[in-house]
Design a protein around this ligand. Sequence first.
Ligand code: SF4
Length: 616
Amino acid sequence: MPALSEANVLGGYLGKILRIRLSREEVLVQELEEADLRRFLGGRGLAARWYYEEIEPGTEPLGAANKLFFFTGPLTGVPLPSTTKFSVSTKSPETGIYLCSNSGGDFGPHLKFCGFDGLIIEGRAERPTYLVIRDGVVSFHDASHLLGLKMSEVRGELLEAMGDSKASVLCTGPAAERLVRFAYIQVDGRAFGRGGPGAVMASKNLKGMAIKGSGEIPLANPQRVKEIRATAIKELRKTVASHTQYGTPQYTEVINELGCYPARNFQSSYLEGASSIYAQPMREHYWARNFACYHCPVACGKVCEVREGPFAGARARPEYETIGMLGGSCGVTDFAAIVAANELCDEYGIDTISTGNAVALTMELFERGLITEVDTEGVVPRFGDGRALVEMIKLIGERRGIGDLLAEGMARVSREKPAWRPYILEVKGLPFAAYDPRGFHGMGLAYGTSSRGACHNVGGWTIRAELLSGEYDRFALKGKGQLVKDIQDNRAYVDSLGLCTVVRRSLGFTENPQGDVLKAVTGNDFTPELMEIGSRIYTLERMILVREGIRREDDMLPPRMMTEKVPDGPAKGRILTKEMYEIMLDEYYTVRGWDEEGVPNPHPGPPPPAGEGMEV
Ligand code: SF4
């Protein structure tokens, strides 16, 4: 199979990968195989493909043998709306298994303007290092002066070093240096948020990267791309206007009012008094401006400012999940406190979802008398206390008191403190996102079967289908296996295109893909095969998990979901018992063609040699 640079048949791709070996300060350029692009598309698909080949099952997440595989998709950086996304895969220090993550920002587009579809980081630098990549030329620099700085300061320093405020910066905060296992990687205000890729970067002594490219991405039919862009922008103004107005915080009201919200560490699925953290008051009292990723006309980011009170001066962009976990799950209905907590998480560089789970757990343990103020360095962590929320985040970000244990992530907390397990909400070590599946059962299956643990994105955002479309009974079990599979496969291919999921419908990238976007960009009509490609990617991710020891029992939900009925609110009395859950799981394995242990057929064998195709 010819390498792309020789055959040059597909637009949208550059055909090359940059591999950076930190230990030797060595840079290699490798060619991409066209056959891989046709099978795995790009982004998340290629990130899984290369991880499968290069990361052995026993690899230590924070050891030098772990790697970071960054991949763009064929749409990343092309002149269409919201072509901002790129993916990373690595072994997660939070879960100890495979991690894929996806981020906006300008880094992916600039990687392509530098002439590369992917970037692999391996080894460990001898000293704290940052990288500058200018039009594909890589230089290594001492990052000692960046250690201990807040995330915003690190970003500012890297932009200054680059001498170009329009460059893109990918970096970590101080929590990553302390190896907090859910430290994230920030990319121009967006993030690879979940699973702790920031800690992996820090373990490699890599503090950040600044990049700027000026090359062009080849397009098969530039005129048609222009036409598609004009139509899509018009369409988006109508179809996702609520995202421009309210962003993802618009979901707080609907999810809470339907009884699917993470109230007080998921003790309930409805939070009394939550109307103060809905989108309308956010817009009226805190909204300052919108924030957009690369080439995005939607601008769903809502920059919020606290103008008065004890948190005055705080500034952040809380998304639905952040409001849910730092707000709802901690019982906090003071939006100002949520903004302050969000800002603090951003400056430390820690995932707001995992952090919210950790603080909510502490609040429940404290109220049950299982921990005391001695554990929390004098903080009194009670549900609803915004100041305590902020103080607890400092303990985690700085690894002080109980924060040192919480920073190890829920998988380790659960192992070390078996008495706390009834109050821990996680699957495969990844804490729950801000949805209670007792209120809509497909979400339980999405959490259980997600390739990276309890995630609503990779696992499947069933909200549209189960809560908004009117087409599904949210408490039904039958049909949810097929539904979740379809949503997962759709997301897997969209994540591999390099496109934001918010705009995918307007460009025809649904569960029933349509349109000629990919033909216009690449010259190849991938469209009829997209769901099959998504399924192939999902199966490959499962093969990786199986190789790392994951089986059916790891797909189970935590005890609270399976043994405790929702005590109040619109989903009062609802539960998702093991028997109920297994009905959905069996259907899911069947529609995927996996066996009863969740093992794909064919069983994963040893990885093929680099450059050869896998039979997936
Ligand atoms: S819709 Fe939001 S997340 Fe998506 S690209 Fe635009 S600003 Fe970024």
